[in-house]
Design a protein around this ligand. Structure first.
Ligand code: 5RP
Length: 228
């Protein structure tokens, strides 16, 4: 008798639960953004594990944690965190990721940079050979959009402004987002360096310098721990 394979939602629940093993009671914890992280936040609240405080990467995660009684602290109050837990849109064999599908890439990169260990929680659909099939999010200063679109075009990419409710989406930082299709990012470190230097780019959604150290990957066979 064949069993029904777990849904993507069930895989996200599995990795969110598995991530609790990385939470250090009594310490500060960095918390990302997205549907997988929402499940982690719910699991953390239900676990009863007490942390000193969570450093949040978005207004959405802050609101969810606050509503569940998880103390949220400002990044400025924290020197370093041992652990940052977040999802990804894509992750490769080196732990390099594309992030920003949830529009929180800038704060995610800032918080991740102050953590010793990035624990990525993702369902198996996020595992890729080469980054770039998922449209790459890039947070930009609005006036720079036309030139950045041209620069991506010269690389073979098609960049479009992210729209929400008929208007350009405005990030938590008051900026715009481009989503870039058609890229094949074979050297994520070099790509991140290059695009980060373009005038008007706030943050590129390639996380190569702030790569994952561990990925808890939800598969039909269970949670795989991939270490980079
Ligand atoms: C938000 C992100 C998310 O981590 C990424 O989009 C994955 O989201 P989800 O867990 O909903 O699949 O980078 O900016």
């Amino acid at each position: 008798m064949s069993q029904t394979p777990p849904t993507q939602d069930e895989l996200k629940t599995m990795v969110a639960q598995a991530a609790l093993a990385y939470v250090i009671p009594g310490e500060y914890l960095g918390v990302g953004t997205g549907s997988t992280v929402n499940k982690f936040i719910d699991a953390l609240a239900a676990s009863g594990v007490s942390i000193k405080g969570a450093v949040s990467s978005s207004l959405a995660s802050t609101q969810r944690m606050a509503s569940l009684g998880i103390p949220v602290v400002d990044l400025a109050q924290v020197d370093r965190m041992s652990v940052y837990i977040d999802g990804a849109d894509e992750i490769d064999a080196h732990g390099y990721m594309v992030k920003g599908g949830g529009a929180a890439l800038t704060r995610e990169k800032i918080v991740a940079a102050q953590a010793d260990q990035f624990v990525c929680i993702a369902d198996a659909s996020k595992r890729v050979q080469v980054l770039g099939a998922f449209p790459l999010p890039v947070e930009i200063i609005p006036m720079s959009a036309p030139e950045i679109v041209r620069r991506f075009q010269a690389m073979g990419g098609v960049a479009t402004l992210r729209i929400a409710n008929g208007q350009p989406l405005v990030t938590d930082n008051g900026q715009y987002l481009l989503d870039v299709k058609g890229l094949s990012i074979t050297d994520p470190l070099a790509f991140e360096n290059t695009v980060s230097q373009w005038p008007g780019v706030v943050t590129v959604g390639v996380f190569a310098h702030q790569h994952a150290h561990v990925c808890l990957l939800g598969t039909p066979q269970g949670v795989q721990s991939l270490v980079y």
